[in-house]
Design a protein around this ligand. Structure first.
Ligand SMILES: Cc1cc2nc3c(=O)[nH]c(=O)nc-3n(C[C@H](O)[C@H](O)[C@H](O)COP(=O)(O)OP(=O)(O)OC[C@H]3O[C@@H](n4cnc5c(N)ncnc54)[C@H](O)[C@@H]3O)c2cc1C
Length: 468
């Protein structure tokens, strides 16, 4: 079912009666399954008795993106190409900025359907396409369970203010999406792309991007890998999620965040799988809380606060409080370079940093600890904030995402409340190593990361963190 509230007409242009096809400009939602924008485009094409063409613009130097990010995305685009071909739909991937790719192919289209992005530059691209295209452009929201403006009309204060709003309406959206068959096959249409996506390494070599962060040895991208991982998670590890998800060494997590970042799997699809699972209710509820309420809170932030990612977007109470403690002595104090190289005195922190550097992933609880220590050990809160975002977006496969800005912001008080005042942190929440030791088998986590370092770097954590 494609609810009307997911669909937004972006301009007042007419459809082109001489259009050769309906165009789906794919950008955020890089998948052929459980994609409301794709299904809406098929329905439109069938209604106009036209074929459907899907275009994707693969650009050089996507802001902050590294080879690691591109490699993961290309795995997914290969799946998209093959899965769409199986459905009789032509997929064209061109070497161009996304909006330019959309505009180029809109010339011969009857109308354009696109998906929705929640970051500033993604919104600007869509505005520009709507403005410059000669035909009607309709945006269909498919990467959130509850459409962003249906859930709320403001930058929410915290999960506790968004949660009831989401819960009030989510049953209307937690419904399966029907797959439609295109009336006309388009795979034989003479529209040429610039890449053979079945050879991702050759595509990667032709793209300009930050080269010094390499492909993750643990994560392969794409819908089919996401599907495989999620099936295994639901079968073996969803049971126990409510209690076990916070244990860094336990693996009671789904690892879906990189796939969600590239739209390679749909959050609605994930939610329905979890709701159908034969596990205790608290496990299902805990997963839906994280994957819907928390994730959609971060999207709410980037949508309604266009200053997201800037220190000034943090709540006034936390900035005031952090600034009051700006001149407190930091001992130890580390530079960004020392942090990046995991050269601190704290073995837990170094392990977390190296898990991220090597694999592109870090367990959620360790992310909290990791971020809080950057705040504690940097010269100023502003510098700490910038370093946290920089490292987050450079190394995480799920970086460059609304969750990145929402959660890095959380370290500095966003979506949280004031706590007891203390040095450096002011009234923002404090975390320490004793908490990790008390709550978890943190030694086991360090051993796991040490093994990863040996496997992929040929040296252990101690050697990595030794002062050069
Ligand atoms: C400092 C810091 C930085 C973070 N940076 C990112 C980031 O760049 N990208 C990112 O996607 N997440 C980020 N997170 C949130 C969270 O840590 C990850 O989403 C989660 O660890 C991903 O692992 P998973 O898919 O195995 O999670 P699971 O426990 O299996 O959760 C399922 C899904 O729920 C969502 N989710 C889980 N925890 C959170 C949360 N705290 N906030 C919002 N959504 C959540 C994610 O989409 C996740 O894929 C950050 C958290 C912190 C504290």
């Amino acid at each position: 079912m494609i609810q009307e509230s997911r669909c937004h007409v972006l301009n007042e242009k007419p459809e082109n009666p001489r259009g050769r096809y309906v165009l789906y400009w794919m950008q955020q939602s890089q998948r052929a399954f459980y994609n409301h924008a794709l299904e809406a485009a098929i329905l439109k094409a069938n209604k106009l008795d036209l074929p459907l063409v899907v275009v994707f613009g693969l650009m050089d130097n996507y802001p902050e993106a590294t080879e690691r990010h591109y490699a993961f995305m290309l795995d997914g685009l290969r799946d998209v190409q093959n899965d769409l071909a199986d459905r009789g739909i032509k997929f064209v991937c061109v070497h161009n900025e996304p909006k330019e790719a959309a505009l180029r192919f809109s010339d011969e289209s009857a109308c354009v359907v696109c998906d929705r992005g929640y970051l500033n530059h993604l919104r600007v691209w869509r505005e520009e396409v709507a403005d410059r295209a000669g035909v009607k452009v309709v945006e269909v929201e498919t990467d959130l369970v509850v459409p962003i403006e249906t859930a709320s009309d403001r930058d929410e204060f915290a999960a506790r203010t968004l949660r009831p709003k989401i819960h009030r309406v989510w049953k209307d959206y937690l419904v399966p999406l029907k797959t439609h068959k295109p009336r006309h096959e388009s795979t034989r249409m003479h529209l040429k792309g610039d890449f053979d996506l079945n050879d991702p390494n050759s595509v990667l070599s032709r793209i300009q991007c930050i080269r010094d962060v390499k492909r993750s040895p643990l994560f392969k991208g794409g819908y089919h890998e996401a599907d495989r991982r999620m099936k295994a998670f639901v079968e073996k590890r969803l049971r126990g999620y409510a209690e076990g998800r916070n244990e860094p060494a336990d693996g009671h997590t789904s690892h879906m965040s990189p796939y969600l970042q590239y739209g390679q799997i749909s959050p609605l699809d994930l939610a329905l799988r979890v709701m159908d699972a034969d596990v205790p209710q608290p496990d299902r509820d805990a997963y839906l809380e994280e994957m819907i309420v928390r994730r959609e809170l971060a999207h709410n932030h980037t949508w309604f606060n266009r200053d997201y990612g800037q220190y000034r977007s943090l709540p006034e109470w936390s900035r005031r409080s952090l600034e009051k403690h700006c001149s407190d002595r930091r001992d130890p104090q580390y530079t960004r370079e020392q942090l990046e190289q995991a050269r601190t005195h704290d073995v837990y922190w170094n392990a977390a940093q190296m898990e991220m550097v090597v694999t592109g992933y870090m367990h959620n609880y360790m992310r909290m600890y990791w971020g809080k220590k950057i705040l504690e050990w940097s010269a100023t809160p502003q510098q700490a904030y910038e370093t946290t975002l920089y490292l987050n977006n450079r190394y995480f496969l799920d970086g460059l995402n609304p969750n990145s800005y929402g959660n890095v912001g959380w370290i500095y008080g966003l979506h949280d409340r004031p706590w007891t005042e203390r040095p450096i942190f002011g009234q923002t929440r404090y975390m320490n190593a004793a908490g990790l030791e008390r709550k978890f088998d943190i030694g086991r986590y360090v051993e796991q990361v040490d093994r990863l370092c040996w496997d992929y770097l040929g040296k252990g954590l101690k050697q990595v963190s030794a002062k050069s």
